[in-house]
Design a protein around this ligand. Structure first.
Ligand code: AMP
Length: 275
């Protein structure tokens, strides 16, 4: 296919674990807008799963994925195997990620971000993209990959893309396909709680403890979703805000809220800018 010349000759990578949805599609479309060629990778990376059941149960829909990618007219689909990705065995490398990998999600999922950095580093090595597109659904992951790219000399450029949500507000995720109808409906409460926090902080000088109490109640009262953790942290360095009583809007820094919750054994995450 003839490509528009004003995009120059550059390659966009969209790294995925498959079971594609509109969130992935938005990354691909942005890559297509900004680059002359797009490569999509599908690889479910074992080293980023600290829970073996989560890895075993991770949704797979390769035929549907290929249909979606065909309809988008991407340039390359890359489906590497374990031997290509991990020629020296299935272990993570160790990157100096400035400790970002040990905060928030990293504290709950030890080793997760070193696994992510390892697989993304290998994908960069194998595909040599100019730009790589990642979703802010995985807010901390974007910071990890930006740090990885810096370690590697600044290439590829990392492009952070906005979260795509269902009409209900639920952040799209491959794992959503494992939810039953009741869980799917109840899972909308996660974003409802995040929006609640954003609104409260706009109206009152609200401290985290009070917000977290209310947010937990919004989610847990559905009966189908159980909060694992709700954390407020500074958007730039992801330092957790530990003072339960100091109003969030009194910090002279941007604040994000991070939620992890379970629907049965399916772990869901979301995040939102608060103030
Ligand atoms: P995954 O296949 O879950 O590893 O995701 C592949 C890429 O798609 C990652 O950069 C994710 O952050 C991104 N992504 C997943 N869900 C969404 C979403 N709902 N909105 C935007 N990006 C997303």
């Amino acid at each position: 296919m003839q490509k528009e010349s004003n995009k120059g000759s550059n390659l966009a990578l969209i790294a995925t674990m498959g079971a594609l949805h509109e969130g992935h599609v938005s990354l691909i479309k942005r890559g297509q807008k900004e680059c002359s060629q797009v490569i999509v990778s599908i690889y479910v990376n074992p080293t980023q799963f600290e829970n073996s059941n989560d890895l075993i149960n991770y949704p797979k829909s390769i035929d549907d994925d290929i249909d979606i990618l065909n309809s988008l007219n991407i340039d390359f689909l890359f489906i590497p195997n374990k031997e290509l990705m991990y020629p020296n065995g299935l272990v993570s490398k160790v990157f100096d990620l400035n400790g970002i990998d040990e905060k928030l999600e990293g504290a709950m999922r030890p080793g997760h971000f070193q696994g992510v950095a390892t697989v993304v580093d290998r994908l960069f090595e194998l595909t040599q993209p100019d730009k790589a597109y990642f979703g802010l659904k995985d807010f901390q992951q974007v910071q990890i990959i930006k740090k990885l790219s810096l370690i590697k000399g600044g290439t590829p450029e990392i492009i952070a893309c906005k979260i795509i949500r269902e009409d209900s507000g639920l952040a799209m995720s491959s794992r959503n396909s494992r939810l039953n109808v009741k869980e799917l409906k109840a899972a909308a409460s996660i974003f409802k709680a995040l929006k609640f926090a954003e609104k409260e902080v706009k109206v009152f000088p609200t401290p985290p403890a009070a917000l977290i109490r209310e947010m937990k109640s919004i989610i847990n009262s559905t009966g189908h979703i159980k909060v694992e953790e709700i954390t407020f942290a500074f958007s730039d360095n992801l330092d957790v805000i530990n003072d339960p009583d100091f109003p969030l809007d009194h910090y002279n820094k941007k604040v994000h809220c991070f939620i992890s919750a379970y629907a049965g054994d399916v772990r869901l995450i979301d995040n939102h800018f608060i103030c």
